[in-house]
Ligand binder design. Structure first.
Ligand SMILES: O=C(O)CCC(=O)C(=O)O
Ligand SMILES: [Fe+2]
Length: 349
């Protein structure tokens, strides 16, 4: 799993080594460079490199083109699938389904990702620090302040004569916590400290609708007569400067089964590398409603998300934005205008 998002510590030497790889160079090429804080007195000159997007593959463009496609793009022959599916000539097991979800479906899954998916027993990146939080999104919408959240990390047991107060966090606005939400896990819960699925953690099954969608969308990557079994999902929430470092997802038993990866919200650059970080990755746009499948050999490939685009022109969420009209949905719209959500669904066993 990716160290930069999931919190694993990297030693200075290991970090320096990472800097030298082809994957890291591509990440640096596409990542967002922040300018120094206006308040800072220091004269830090940050030269913002001009972003060259010429080598980023646009699979949506391929829908309206005819073969031969550019940049190694191929059309995958899926006669029993109801929309175009593309692949990459030197990446067997990689599939790209542009525009896989309708606008209504995108809105539905954005709503679920914010309102239902972070609810206990599902765990989130906030759980180890704040314990289970119910209705985080509703609380943020109501501009509530949490004044009673536990600090499980501080609790040292009764013998330490801890007062209950030292196990509580100071009051914190729900909007602030929502902005700190980076992932939630559905179905079998992934335990990042063990780097594996912990089947003893309480969990709900993957919601029926998501299960159905994943089974349907997985079919281009499945052998005839076989059906994908969605058992776990990771929901990633990306803010404006968040990225997901290069990684391989290797904790599932059968790599012939795809990871079904759904993009929602702002457009992003997705990098698909090779089996080592030394291989030059291929960059592609992932937009709201696109689905990526990684199965077989493609599952052994490093991949990551170095950049999301939040400026109005590049984010490409205009049609999505027109759907969130009610006062209630305005809060969702405000969130998604500068965020990307990714739901990736896996068969674990
Ligand atoms: O956000 C994405 O598109 C990729 C997510 C991913 O690779 C992961 O969660 O393992
Ligand atoms: Fe991944």
């Amino acid at each position: 799993m990716a160290a930069s998002v999931y919190g694993a510590e990297t030693s200075a030497a290991a970090a320096a080594d990472l800097e030298r790889t082809a994957f890291r160079r591509a990440e640096k090429k596409y990542k967002l460079y922040k300018s120094p804080l206006p308040k800072s007195r220091k004269k830090i000159t940050v030269t913002k490199p001009t972003l060259d997007l010429a080598e980023v593959i646009d699979f949506r463009g391929a829908i309206n083109e005819s073969p031969p496609y550019r940049m190694g793009v191929i059309k995958v022959d899926c006669s029993d699938f109801d929309r175009p599916v593309f692949g990459l000539s030197d990446h067997p097991g990689f599939y790209f389904i542009p525009n896989a979800l309708s606008i209504e479906e995108q809105c539905h899954w954005i709503g679920e990702s914010l309102q239902s998916f972070p609810q206990p027993p599902n765990r989130t990146n906030l759980t180890p620090f704040y314990g289970p939080i119910y209705d985080l999104f509703g609380a943020a919408k109501r501009l509530q302040v949490f004044s009673n959240l536990e600090n499980p990390g501080n609790y040292q047991g009764d013998s330490q004569k801890e007062t209950m107060d030292s196990c509580k966090h100071p009051p914190i606005p729900a909007t602030k916590l929502l902005r700190k939400l980076r992932w939630s896990t559905l179905g079998l819960q992934f335990d990042w400290s063990m780097r594996n699925y912990n089947v003893s953690l309480p969990h709900n099954k993957i919601p029926e609708g998501l299960c159905k969608l994943a089974k349907k969308m997985a079919s281009p990557a499945m052998s005839k007569g076989e059906e994908f079994r969605p058992e776990a999902a990771i929901v990633n929430y990306y803010g404006p400067s968040d990225m997901l470092g290069g990684h391989v997802d290797d904790m599932e038993a059968d790599w012939s089964r795809p990871i079904v990866s759904i993009s929602l919200g702002c457009k992003a650059v997705f990098l698909l590398g090779g089996k080592t970080r030394e291989d030059d990755p291929i960059a592609m746009y992932v937009r709201s409603g696109d689905i990526v499948l990684m199965a077989g050999e493609a599952r052994e490939c490093f991949h990551g998300v170095p950049r999301i685009f939040i400026d109005e022109e590049s984010a490409e969420i205009d049609s999505l934005a027109t759907q969130f009209t009610s006062k209630d949905e305005k809060f969702i719209l405000d969130y998604i205008r500068n965020s990307r959500i990714n739901i990736n669904i896996r068969q674990v066993n």
